[in-house]
Design a protein around this ligand. Structure first.
Ligand code: PLP
Length: 399
């Protein structure tokens, strides 16, 4: 019976492959860092890694590893429980309070991932009598979270504030009790920032809450790395974030907000209620990561200067980049095949990048998303720029 199902899946997989959209995973044999070891056909190679979200270079930091080990020794391997039954450690509350204080919010709530934070943030706060207005480029987890909520949904074109105002007027016409405007702080495939000053102004005008998913901004943007809202000198009402990028790169997510919102999430948020507590070692490691992040102005300065240097180098070589200043640097290549071929050639030249294509980005806008890390050295980046120039010429992408 199920034979027909497998037949259909195999055919679909073949067409994904034929379109050049098939994702293959490389095997890494070292810790995550500016340079990594990877397995390949005849052994291992050491290459410069330009595609991790390891912005502050903390993924292999010895103090974080030591803090994680200490928590492992003190609290054991796992909690074998969700938070509300018998899974809440003093350490969990310590991290939640530290995150809330860092982001200047009343409280924070931990999840196994930011995907879960976003998946579980809308449904407890809103019902069919409410409305959500969401940016068209928001992360998949926000889209899924909104799908799970009964509120009326509106989508505005990426960072188009006229469209947002129109959608807010449309939503307001239905006299919703509450409105949430949801946006990424930094759009992950473009490295562009949400227009938070205008988003804030419109949120206030329509008495809406502003939710910012700051996964690619926490630790990077704003004074002390407090994120996109801090960068613009304003407040978001709800911030969702990850422990899997700047803050150590392991796993875990959080939502930070005013007390009644967090209290309600603890009562009703399904990925929180029905999923295991974050393991002690991740919590201990994240506490140290947050401390290093707060004291990380030097790392942020390195990251900014790396981003400037790399953008200049690739532009001078003739590549088309999406403009910006974020350590996400999208090299625009058009067709999926072109991004894949360039990534493959760069790998041979000792540079690890990933081609992104549909459905992760729109069709015809395939790209290589380069990401800077404070763990990179200028020599590694210069080598990578030279490799891009060589591979780009060979493949006829630049002349
Ligand atoms: C990475 C990312 C997530 C998911 O984070 P995880 O903690 O890995 O689940 C959510 N939103 C955005 C914008 C992201 O970039």
């Amino acid at each position: 019976m199920s034979d027909s199902t497998y037949k259909r899946l195999r055919a679909e997989l073949r067409s994904i492959e034929a379109e050049g959209l098939y994702k293959r995973e490389r095997l890494i044999t070292s810790p995550q860092s500016g340079e990594i070891r990877v397995a390949h056909a005849d052994g291992e190679a050491t290459i410069t890694n330009l595609c991790a979200n390891n912005y502050l270079g903390l993924a292999d930091h010895p103090e974080i590893i030591a803090a994680a080990k200490a928590a492992l020794d003190d609290y054991g391997y796992g909690m074998a429980s969700v938070r509300f039954i018998c899974g809440t450690l003093d350490l969990h509350r310590q991290l939640e309070r530290a995150i809330a204080e860092f982001l200047d919010m009343d409280d924070a709530i931990l999840y196994a991932a930011a995907f879960d934070a976003n998946g579980g943030v809308f449904e407890p706060l809103l019902t069919a009598e409410d409305a959500i207005i969401s940016d068209s480029l928001n992360h998949a987890s926000i889209i899924d979270g909104i799908r799970l909520c009964k509120a009326r949904r509106f989508r505005f074109q990426n960072n188009d504030m006229d469209d947002l105002a129109a959608k807010l007027r449309q939503a307001a016409a239905g006299a919703p009790r509450s409105i949430i405007i949801a946006t990424d702080g930094v759009f992950s495939m473009d490295g562009t920032l949400a227009n938070l000053p205008e988003l804030r102004r419109l949120a206030d005008e329509f008495d809406a809450l502003l939710l910012v998913d700051d996964c690619h901004a926490t630790g990077i943007l704003g004074p002390g790395g407090k994120g996109t809202a801090a960068h613009f000198g304003l407040r978001a009402d709800i911030i969702t974030g990850t422990l899997g990028k700047s803050l150590g790169g392991a796993a875990g997510g959080f939502t930070a907000a005013a007390q009644p919102a967090i209290d309600m999430l603890r009562q009703r948020s399904r990925p929180y209620l029905f999923s295991n507590a974050l393991p002690p070692m991740l919590v201990g490691g994240a506490l140290k990561a947050l401390e290093l992040c707060r004291a990380g102005d030097d790392r942020r300065a390195t990251l900014r200067s790396h981003a400037r240097h790399f953008r200049q180098g690739l532009s001078a070589a003739g590549f088309r980049l999406m403009a910006g200043e974020h350590p996400i640097i999208p090299v625009m290549l058009g067709e999926a095949r072109s991004a894949q071929d360039l990534a493959a050639r760069l790998f041979q030249l000792g540079v690890y990048v990933t081609g992104f294509s549909y459905p992760v980005v729109p069709r015809g806008q395939a790209r290589i998303r380069v990401q800077m890390s404070a763990a990179h050295t200028t020599e590694q980046l210069d080598h990578a720029i030279a490799a891009f120039a060589q591979a780009g010429c060979e493949l006829g992408i630049i002349s």
